[in-house]
Design a protein around this ligand. Sequence first.
Ligand SMILES: [Zn+2]
Length: 282
Amino acid sequence: MAEYFIPYLKWVDMKNLQCFFILFLSLSTLQQRFCLQAYGPENQLKKLEKETTTIKQEIPNVIITFLGAPGSGKGTLAQLCAQRLDFKVFSTGDILRNQIAQKTELGLQVAGIMRRGELVSDKQVTQMVLEKYDENGDHPVIFDGYPRTKVQAKSLLEHLKQLGRLEKFYVVALEIDDTLVVQRLSNRLVCSNKNCQAVYSLLFRPPVEPNICDECGGVLSRRPDDEPESVQERLRVYARHEKILMDFYRESGCQIKTLDVGEKTIPQAFWEFCSLMGIEEE
Ligand SMILES: [Zn+2]
């Protein structure tokens, strides 16, 4: 045994410990590789939650709109992209709520419209979202729930063209079977505490205690529009909208990518999104 190690130690001496360093680096790379392979989807999610650093700082400078049925998980995916990849996410709902809370001129108008039970016009939605977008500069962006109509899509493309950023625009279409959407949404529970509204999934993210919110202890319940019959109707409405939007994007020569999210966990969909956009994990 000693004869075996002596030449090795001499070699180490000669190289002035450089080789130890190299050996250490290659071993830790191997270990990382092995860990990634050994992680199952559920562990991947836990791993994602534990990781504090972003996957890669240099993400492509793209502008993405997610197109996907209710329950396709586009909101969750957008959140993950914001946390892990440093994307800015603009959700129409959040922007509207913010404007109303801040009592801006537009926010007050919108609050009035909503009180009267009317719909906020395409022009108003576009103005709010694009104002927010412009504040952001040239940072990589994901639009969640925008554009919702052809008029909104037209305004967005015109705006990006003016800024010279049209070639950075991607439509990422999340594909999922209707039956899976019904299954997912009927397994979705929302915290009844108005200040919390945390969302749980009995399939992907069950609460620790049944029907009790992990965050605030509020009671969890199913939204009326997540009942199977309501979901079917929402999907019918969505399919009409999606067709109009997709036809418009195709006619306009937009870059369209398809992400199959059916039968996939959230981390799996996330990794697939990364590879689709050419973003590599470190
Ligand atoms: Zn809660």
